[in-house]
Ligand binder design. Structure first.
Ligand SMILES: Cc1cc2nc3c(=O)[nH]c(=O)nc-3n(C[C@H](O)[C@H](O)[C@H](O)COP(=O)(O)OP(=O)(O)OC[C@H]3O[C@@H](n4cnc5c(N)ncnc54)[C@H](O)[C@@H]3O)c2cc1C
Length: 399
């Protein structure tokens, strides 16, 4: 991105870059991982390293261990991490439940939960969706009935990413059936080790295990685990979704991905003349680059929009929509360029394990095809594209 960086920002960028080079040298097994390929140990390792440097949760307020960086620094940091192909931070703690807890939670909840998210010792998952309640989230039925100092929770969540290794789940539960559906929802923190919580795997099109069903059978949850007020959970749920959507756009990783594709394209242009339509690829690549430029500009506006303003509420929607479609188109172009080399376990590029000096574009990982397939989900999770368009047509275009 063409940020015009001040000398202070340039010094900061150099500092971040040299730290990343030290922690993630060329050939590090942690490079090139993403949320779908990294396991708990990978995520914990990366979170611990960040935290040791004081960068565990850079966007949090300083009083909760954040950095107090301005928006330019946060963008530089995220772009440098993408450039170094750093692992992804688990969003469920850092971007999602952490800000909900420090904004709406009790002191006891802050004391109990924030440090574990920062240092990578505690992992979270998101219990929003249920069978029949995805886009229509407010129709959710998992119930939490008050019994003395506890809630008794019964019901089922689905598509719960990383529930199989999470320590805690933040859940939307129904605490009232009166009034509008949104008015009877509460935001509850549940320890995954509580008796009555059962996790079952769901295997996805890429052949991996990221997703789960989570069942709750008479699960006793202390009332002290309620965030904010009972029946006001919808407010906290929406606050969380806005943060989630900004993060999903993934501009830094897109920039790195497009850079990698250009390197592969240049190599093929030189070595595979005749069997490779370089002009067509170059045109498609240019188109995607222009879309990414526009997306980065939109991201800057979203990140710098005044909190609580109309822009801060609306911009995450087109950002998520355009970012996820761009991610899919970049992955599609990658598969098109690489052909057979994009297949699972053949490595992303060519030259894996061979002794030539050919560039090895991504020897690690299950293959770009697998990444492309798992990426189909990005236009579904965090609010499907159709639903995002529906909200924008109503609130932006007034249709
Ligand atoms: C990989 C992946 C990871 C996920 N991780 C999590 C997680 O960790 N935690 C969690 O809680 N959930 C998670 N989800 C669930 C996700 O949030 C839901 O899948 C999503 O909200 C859509 O809900 P649904 O699957 O019930 O589809 P539905 O809501 O049934 O939608 C089906 C289709 O109908 C369309 N549609 C629905 N309503 C409208 C409308 N009003 N206008 C136009 N079209 C409409 C949708 O766009 C979609 O194409 C994940 C999903 C995926 C795929």
């Amino acid at each position: 991105m063409n940020l015009s960086l001040s000398s202070e920002d340039l010094a900061f960028q150099a500092d971040v870059r040299s730290w990343l080079e030290e922690i993630l040298p060329e050939g590090s097994p942690y490079r090139g991982l993403n949320l779908f390929t990294q396991n708990r140990e990978d995520s914990a390792w990366w979170q611990k390293k960040l935290n040791e440097r004081g960068w565990g949760c850079v966007g949090w307020p300083v009083e909760y261990g954040g950095t107090g960086w301005d928006d330019a620094k946060k963008q530089i940091f995220s772009a440098e991490c993408a450039r170094a192909e750093a692992p992804m931070q688990s969003p469920f703690g850092e971007t999602m439940v952490g800000p909900v807890i420090y904004t709406f939670g009790t002191q006891q909840q802050k004391d109990q939960h924030l440090a574990g998210i920062r240092d990578g010792s505690v992992f979270w998952c998101q219990g929003y969706s249920e069978p029949g309640s995805g886009s229509d989230l407010a129709s959710l039925r998992t119930s939490a009935l008050r019994d003395g100092d506890d809630y008794i929770v019964n019901g089922q969540k689905i598509w719960t990413t990383q529930a199989h290794f999470a320590d805690w789940i933040f859940c939307l539960v129904r605490t009232s059936t009166e009034g509008k559906p949104q008015e009877g929802i509460s935001f509850l923190l549940i320890d995954m080790k509580t008796p009555g919580v059962e996790v079952k795997p769901i295997y996805t099109i890429d052949g991996e295990h990221h997703l789960n069903e989570v069942y709750f059978s008479d699960v006793r949850v202390p009332v002290s685990n309620l965030v904010g007020e009972e029946n006001k959970g919808w407010t906290y749920a929406k606050f969380l979704l806005m943060n989630e959507r900004v993060g999903i756009a993934g501009t830094g990783r897109l920039r790195t991905g497009l850079g990698n594709l250009m390197a592969i394209h240049n190599h093929l242009n030189e070595t595979a003349a005749g069997s490779y339509d370089g002009d067509d690829v170059a045109r498609k690549h240019a188109e995607l680059s222009v879309r990414l430029d526009a997306l980065e500009a939109l991201e800057s506006r979203a990140l710098t929009a005044e909190e609580g303003s109309g822009e801060s509420m609306i911009l995450p929607l087109p950002l998520k929509l355009l970012g996820t479609h761009l991610q899919q188109d970049v992955a599609d172009l990658g598969v098109e360029i690489l052909g057979y080399s994009a297949m699972p376990r053949s490595g992303y590029g060519f030259g894996e394990n061979d002794s030539s000096n050919e560039p090895n574009y991504r020897a690690k990982g299950p293959g770009l095809t697998s990444f492309m397939l798992s990426g189909r989900a990005s236009t579904i999770y965090g609010g499907s594209s159709e639903v995002q368009r529906g909200i924008m047509s109503k609130f932006v275009l007034g249709l």
